[in-house]
Design a protein around this ligand. Structure first.
Ligand code: V47
Length: 423
């Protein structure tokens, strides 16, 4: 459990009254949020966030055995979402759209693996209809009944509603009926109108993103939430964004976890305009975004670090800065690697366990709904075949058999990096 916290010992005087509020369990206001972003006392900030996290989660750190699948990179917003390196116009070099059989082929890598979640996001394809996605989800559930399906961002939901001329609620209901478990948190970027006008001019607005998630929550579809940071946004924009997420969570309680996404500038127009190559954020900023989120989002249960974006090394340190949730095994990631992420595509299950233990924390394998799947792991080996099962809660899907071999290294075919953004 959390030890004693003495705000009087914090180096930055502005953090002390915030520390007192944290101790009393009081909600932080936007000025407090700005002070948190403004401090250079990163360790003091981390101390506060780590204390809050320990009070909530003890020393438990969640991770999932998941597999990312990106069915298409064709996107009608390709020329206006200037931060994105993944999207292509339909006839552009590198554009791809998978048939359902190709999606099932890629998903078949889950066989014999502990995979408990498919994470499915793609582009806004002008011709792929709702039925493509409902068939995909139903087909995946038929082939992998125990795997949860976290699929389609709010932006994709709104796009499907538009091309089908039906409501977002009807799209969500159809996806749920097909077997959808939850929605990922992408597409949020930064809600500020000015920021969106600069980086994602034609994407749905912040209010519309919130509306889609509210509807999902009303339909009992839990969702994740994100913020893309490290480009043109200000600290006030970030706090405005977090305030909107917190308000929806007060209303519905439907968010499972919050993931700060670190902007990657390679092969996209924004990165070129900003003159940035490699990573746009710093480790300092990455840790700050984790810690501020833990302190400000007092009603969101989990804060997740996305190791493909910030590196496994930084993700491990984030566990001391308020973070209790680590992105999973992933298997094959395209969105950030197209934008210059240098990390591996896949994190073996045992590596995740070791990473969490190496930070002095207790790993807990979870499913998409944050129900614990496994909490005990053999001490001599952390491979999936060495896991000790714990009884799953009644609502948890049955666990897949433990494999004897590691995940196949061969990723799905296609996808070449776009050399330079042509827009
Ligand atoms: O919305 C796009 C981001 C998101 C870049 O819910 C970029 O568990 C950095 O939805 N640099 C999509 N980021 C990914 C997503 C997601 C990711 C991880 C976990 C979860 C979850 C959801 O990726 C987009 C955008 O914010 N993105 N381009 C880029 N150049």
């Amino acid at each position: 459990m959390s030890g004693a916290l003495d705000p009087g010992r914090l180096g930055d005087l502005r953090l002390r009254p915030i520390g007192d509020k944290v101790l009393r369990g009081e909600r932080l206001d936007p000025d407090d949020g700005l002070a948190l972003y403004g401090t250079s006392d990163l360790l003091g900030l981390g101390l506060l966030a780590g204390w809050v996290n320990a009070r909530r989660n003890g020393d438990r750190v969640f991770f999932s055995a998941n597999q990312h699948i990106n069915p298409t990179n064709v996107c009608v917003l390709r020329n206006t979402c200037v931060f994105c390196s993944f999207a292509r116009m339909p006839k552009e070099e590198g554009a791809y759209t998978r048939s359902l059989d190709e999606v099932y082929h890629e998903a078949a890598q889950a066989e014999g693996q502990p995979t408990s979640e498919f994470h499915i996001v793609g582009g806004l394809h002008p011709k792929l209809r709702l039925q493509y996605y409902t068939d995909m989800i139903a087909g995946l559930k038929q082939r992998h009944p125990s795997v949860h399906i976290k699929a389609l961002t709010a932006v994709e939901i709104a796009h499907l509603a538009r091309i089908e001329r039906i409501s977002e609620r009807d799209v969500l209901q159809a996806l749920k009926d097909a077997g959808l478990t939850s929605l990922p948190g992408g597409g949020a970027e930064v809600f500020s109108t000015a920021v969106r006008a600069t980086i994602a001019e034609r994407k749905l607005t912040g209010e519309e993103w919130i509306r889609v998630h509210r509807t999902a929550h009303e339909l009992r579809i839990p969702t994740n939430c994100t913020m893309l940071y490290g480009h043109v946004e200000t600290a006030a924009d970030r706090i405005g964004h977090l305030t909107m997420l917190r308000a929806l969570q007060d209303e519905t309680g439907g968010f499972l976890t919050y993931i700060p996404l670190a902007y990657h500038p390679d092969h996209n127009q924004l990165g070129e305009e900003m003159g940035r190559v490699g990573t746009a954020t710093t480790g300092y900023e990455d840790l700050k975004n984790i810690a501020v989120a833990r302190l400000y989002l007092d009603n969101v249960a989990h804060i997740k670090t996305h190791w493909p974006m910030v590196t496994p090394f930084l993700s491990q340190i984030a566990l001391a800065f308020g973070c209790d949730d680590v992105e999973g095994t992933v298997v094959y990631e395209r969105v950030y690697h197209e934008a210059g992420a240098q990390t591996q595509m896949h994190m073996p299950y045992g590596e995740l366990v070791r990473l969490i233990r190496g930070a002095g924390k207790r790993p807990v394998e979870r499913n998409s709904l944050y129900q614990p799947v496994r909490e005990r792991f053999d001490d001599t080996s952390s491979g999936p075949d060495a896991r000790t099962r714990v009884p799953a809660p009644a609502t948890t899907a049955p666990a897949t058999p433990a494999p004897a071999t590691p995940a196949p290294a061969t990723p799905a075919p296609v996808v070449s990096a776009r050399a330079v953004h042509a827009a």
